[in-house]
Design a protein around this ligand. Sequence first.
Ligand code: ADP
Length: 183
Amino acid sequence: MNLIILGAPGSGKGTQAQQLAERAGLRHISSGDLLREAIARKTELGQQVETIIEAGELVPDEVVLKLVMEALADSEGLNGWILDGYPRNPDQAEALEDVLSMNRQVVDAVVFLKVDADTIVERLLKRGRVDDTEDTIRTRLKVYEKETLPVLEFYELRYDVHEINGTMAIDEVADAIRELVDA
Ligand code: ADP
């Protein structure tokens, strides 16, 4: 089973994707984690993207696509994957469709975690990652509305998108996702 999980920063995508991946034997592919790993390892790519991420802007498409493609190729033998944080703009969504059709893979489900802006700001300030400062959060939310919300429309035209209320308790959200995945 291959899943895409969509939602604003702080909507709980990472938490849910990780839980579900463990439970269902899927590979959790988080573009943000892949980028942060590259930064931590001080690779050339990591050094290229560090200031971009701290500013809350999007990393160039080709950079993220490369990391995501490697991770997709590395999912062989598992029951599938769950993509979290990618795609983040319509061009990335198009690129993903191309890669998947080349690899003869399909998207089985698209989940959208819906959370209001106030809750998002509150959650991110509490989390306190280096890109969770008030200024950066504001930028990330703007980028989300402008670049990433159109991705939701992209998938709504092609797939059945399952909207889940992301303000519920973590376990309740997990149950809701599990129900639709099991269905
Ligand atoms: P969150 O979902 O809380 O914003 P992520 O870990 O998904 O956190 O992303 C952190 C940052 O990594 C983003 O603000 C962006 O700079 C970069 N990033 C992650 N995924 C992508 C992507 N698909 N395209 C471009 N940049 C990305």
